[in-house]
Design a protein around this ligand. Sequence first.
Ligand code: G1P
Length: 286
Amino acid sequence: MITKAVLPVAGLGTRFLPITKSVPKEMLPVVDKPGLEYIVAEAVEAGLTELIFVTGAGKGAIEDYFHRDYFLESQLEASGKADYLKEVQRVGKLAKVISVRQQERLGLGHAVYQAAGIVSPNEDFAVLLGDDIIDAKTPAIGQLMAVQAERGGCCVALMDVPRDQTDRYGICDGQMVSPGLMHVSGMIEKPDPAEAPSTYSIVGRYVLPGEILQILETTPRGRGGEIQLTDALAVLAGRGQAWGLEFEGARFDTGNTLGLMRASIHFALKRPELAEGMRGILAEFS
Ligand code: G1P
């Protein structure tokens, strides 16, 4: 059974400068919670109990948020603010959180490799990227875990994108073996549209065998001079050990301003106490 999830959160958040000078991009709010909380909740709902944050400089706010704050709790308790106390305790107890620091920013593959001392060489684990929030009945990572449990190897989340966007994603080549399930034979990181073998792109969810950490150890720098997770996964794909699942759910790319706002609107409309007010606001601008 898979219990560990790696969440790379070391990225600089350049697209959100200047706010990311002092606020990690993962802490930017979607409605009134950090975007990362939705991803942590997805992992927890899928049964993942140990979350490994791969952090970098200036990311302390993430650790503070997901750990308990006994001083704040005792203050809230003493002043009888029971509702706030409950909320503060809830986020502090969502999961067991471990942080490792990525000392150099050498790419996503390098970030995932930082989990090597914590994930055993033969232990399967999950990876969830902070820019992709997925709202689904069954947590997207859980959907991938079910495929990987049955088929072994690795399983990545797939989304069919317009051809002119292939250079933003890892792209998979392969055969659809059943509706939505691809047996992946090759993967390439951010190919030009003319060279992309398909339009099936990887979005930020992966279930990986521990062996990937060994593969990453010797994965050379690839696209953009970075150690790419996609390149390491291509080794498994070459052996017939990679699967891609067109998951069920709505995906929000919170790595850009409009995507972040779109996610806020979606989740506000799902909150009974906010939905009507939000509809009113949208009507004002339509
Ligand atoms: C990373 C991966 C890419 C994947 C994408 C999903 O790219 O390298 O293969 O398709 O995440 O969001 P990034 O968005 O970090 O540039």
